[in-house]
Design a protein around this ligand. Sequence first.
Ligand SMILES: NC(=O)c1ccc[n+]([C@@H]2O[C@H](COP(=O)([O-])OP(=O)(O)OC[C@H]3O[C@@H](n4cnc5c(N)ncnc54)[C@H](OP(=O)(O)O)[C@@H]3O)[C@@H](O)[C@H]2O)c1
Length: 361
Amino acid sequence: MLEFQVTRSNLHQFRLIETDALSPIQNGEVLVRIERFSFTANNITYGVAGDQLGYWHFFPPHGEDTSEQGILPVWGFAEVIESKSDELPIGDRLYGYFPPAEKLKMRPTNVSKGQFIDGSEHRSKLPPGYNVYRRVEAEPGYNRAIDNHRALLFPLHVTSFCLWDSLQNKDWHNAEQVLVLSASSKTSLGLGFALKEDTNAPHSIGLTSARNAGFVESTNYFDQTLTYDQLEKIDKSKPTVIVDMSGNGDLLGKLHKALGDNLMHCINVGMTHWDEGVQNKDINAEKSEFFFAPGHIQKRLKDWGPQGFAEKSGSFLMKSAQASATWLKVKEVEGLAELETYYPQILDGKFAPEEGLIIKL
Ligand SMILES: NC(=O)c1ccc[n+]([C@@H]2O[C@H](COP(=O)([O-])OP(=O)(O)OC[C@H]3O[C@@H](n4cnc5c(N)ncnc54)[C@H](OP(=O)(O)O)[C@@H]3O)[C@@H](O)[C@H]2O)c1
């Protein structure tokens, strides 16, 4: 079996290894063959925050000399190829969280017609949302033709939906403008779309690097697009909320300082600029909040019930995926070796934002 591993302390070091270390499945377990998965900056962040948020624990690496190695989880589709579970037959197709590898052993628990939870012991203390797998063939209206868009966008745009939900629920923190940082990321674009759709949303400004500004502007999602070297064009006299996908301490420090009392709130979501450093003395920690989408989802599952959440988020996801189809170019490549080609580009922010990488196995 092939498996893509990185060095936990140095994400620039990676290896694709061939291992036969998967032991036979036991009673209650299944073996799945991973069919395809997406790879974006989000997967890099799983590594950057791997120690802090526990992402290294989902999929322990196989093979030899693994003490320094880690697996970056990915979102995608798989098929059951061996089963010792009474409830999950061979042939079932799944959507969820997988390793960038050819196969995964799982222990289905709480199996219903539409989903199950991987009850493997080492995953029991991890955020529950990541342990849920959808049995896609049982979904009403399931359409295999949108698998790539789903793997690429749904995990990110459900966060965009949660961000919009949180912002409007808090009355936009009394802000008159929303600054979205690292605006060319798919998570930011999903939020831009949500803000555009909401006639009550404040003025939105997408901030991005010069090379990605033309693309962000072309989506027409934000009321205004600015580059990181045009911060002087932001009206600092307006009460402002920041939604940050960049994790760029220097950029955040500059904005917090310039906005002063007009910074109403700052929501820290992502770390696309992971190699820039997150600390800065000018960041106002009291007005900053770390946003964890799985946490927000758990809250809304309680408030709205699973059906209510599925309806509200599902309708947004369909609309945002349809809108994204106008700009998103799916780049589907075959074989795990292709991840060796594209991983460094994604790691270094050199992959075009309008493209979405799908690795098909
Ligand atoms: N907290 C949560 O629950 C949660 C949930 C989902 C996603 N997120 C986070 O949101 C962020 C966006 O993820 P995504 O998958 O949507 O991203 P993506 O679409 O892959 O974003 C690509 C963009 O990120 C920036 N970028 C990426 N790598 C860079 C680098 N090395 N140096 C400088 N810029 C770089 C560039 O944007 P610019 O030029 O515009 O800066 C690039 O166009 C990730 O950090 C992800 O983990 C958080």
